[in-house]
Design a protein around this ligand. Structure first.
Ligand SMILES: [Zn+2]
Length: 312
C-alpha cells in the first residue's frame, strides 16, 4: 500500500509520521531534536525521512510544515530564526532530489488552518479563519475551500494587525499589533505593569508571570486577572469583526494556549465581535469555537499538503 509522510519542523523538535491514504491516523510517528552538533539540521531531517521511508514503500508524497516563513510556491524556507543557516534554503528540492517523490512545504500556522479545515473544527466550512493565540498570534484563512497564500505565500498574518497605534512592541518589530496586546506573554506583561502601578491582586509583583497563572487567578475571582482577559478578549473580538468584514467566513477557530482559558477569553471575544460588526448578517450561522487538533496540528497540516499533491 502507498503512504504519505508528514513532517513538522520546529526550532527544537522535528516530528514525522506515516499515514495510509484516506487516513488521518498515523501508522507510525517519530520525533527527533531538530539540531545536534554532530550533524547539520538538513542531514538530520533527511535521515529522519529515510528511516521512515525504509519502513514503508512506496511513498506517494511528502508534506512538510516549518515554523518559519516559507515560499510554498518555490519550496523554500525563507528564514528559520531558530535553525542556523536556514536562510533561503531550497528544502523541497533537497528532499525531492533524495527521495524522488513530490514534496510540498508550508508555514506551520497556515498549515494548522488547513488541518483544522480538513480534519478538525473547520470541517465542512467553505470559508474559515483559524487563529492561534499563544506565545505569538498566527493563523490562516480558507477561502472557497482553498488556503489563502498571497503572491509570495505570506498571507494570513492575522496577529499583525494594528489594534493600538503606538502600543507595545510586537514580536515582529512593529508597535501595537494584536499579538502585542493579546498573546499569552502580552496578557501576562499587562498584568505585571498594572501590579507595578499598585493595582491590588492575588498575583504578586516583581517576578515574570505567565498567562496560565493569570488565568488561574482569574478563576479564583481576582479582578485584575479577569480584567486582563477581558481586555485581550476585547481586542481579539474587535479584530475578529474585521476578519468577518474582509473574509465573510462561517467559522472562526481559535487554537493555542490562550484559547484554553474558555469563557474567560471567549465571552469578551463574542461580546466585542457582536458589538463591532457592521451588520448582523456577518454573524449568521457563524461558528466561533476552539481548535480540535492538539499538538499534532502541524503534522496534520503537512499530511493535508501531501494529500493535495496526489488526490486533487
Ligand atoms: Zn507584529
Amino acid at each position: 500500500m502507498s503512504n504519505y509522510i508528514a513532517i513538522d519542523i520546529g526550532g527544537t523538535q522535528t516530528r514525522a509520521a506515516l499515514f495510509a491514504p484516506q487516513s488521518s491516523t498515523p501508522i507510525l510517528t517519530q520525533r527527533i531534536s531538530t539540531q545536534k552538533e554532530s550533524e547539520t539540521p538538513l542531514e538530520r531531517l533527511l535521515g529522519l525521512i529515510a528511516s521512515i521511508w525504509e519502513q514503508s514503500q512506496p511513498v506517494l508524497a511528502i508534506g512538510v510544515a516549518a515554523a518559519s516563513p516559507v515560499d510554498p510556491y518555490r519550496g523554500i524556507v525563507i528564514d528559520a530564526p531558530n535553525i542556523p543557516g536556514w536562510v533561503n534554503l531550497p528544502l523541497r528540492q533537497y528532499i525531492e532530489d533524495r527521495f524522488h517523490v513530490p514534496v510540498a512545504l508550508g508555514n506551520d500556522a497556515n498549515l494548522a488552518a488547513l488541518a483544522e479545515w480538513k480534519f478538525g473544527s473547520g470541517k465542512g466550512h467553505r470559508n474559515m479563519i483559524y487563529i492561534t493565540v499563544s506565545t505569538g498570534i498566527g493563523g490562516g484563512v480558507i477561502l472557497d475551500n482553498q488556503l489563502l497564500l498571497g503572491e509570495r505565500g505570506m498571507a494570513g498574518e492575522l496577529g499583525h494587525i494594528t489594534v493600538l497605534p503606538d502600543g507595545p512592541l510586537c514580536g515582529c518589530g512593529q508597535r501595537g499589533h494584536l499579538e502585542a496586546v493579546a498573546s499569552g506573554p502580552s496578557i501576562a506583561r499587562w498584568v505585571e505593569l498594572e501590579l507595578g502601578q499598585g493595582i491590588p491582586s492575588i498575583l504578586k509583583a516583581g517576578h515574570s508571570l505567565t498567562a496560565k497563572e493569570v488565568a488561574s487567578a482569574a478563576s479564583q475571582g481576582d479582578a485584575l486577572a479577569k480584567a486582563a482577559f477581558q481586555r485581550a478578549g476585547t481586542f481579539l473580538g474587535r479584530t475578529f469583526a474585521d476578519y468577518l468584514h474582509i473574509f465573510n467566513p462561517t467559522a472562526i477557530i481559535v487554537g493555542g494556549g490562550v484559547s484554553r482559558a474558555g469563557p474567560l477569553i471567549f465571552d469578551p471575544i463574542r461580546a466585542a465581535m457582536q458589538s463591532s460588526v457592521m451588520s448582523p448578517q456577518f454573524l449568521d450561522n457563524l461558528t466561533l469555537t476552539t481548535a480540535a487538533l492538539g499538538d499534532e496540528v502541524g503534522l496534520m497540516g503537512a499530511l493535508a499538503l501531501a494529500q493535495n499533491l496526489i488526490e486533487k
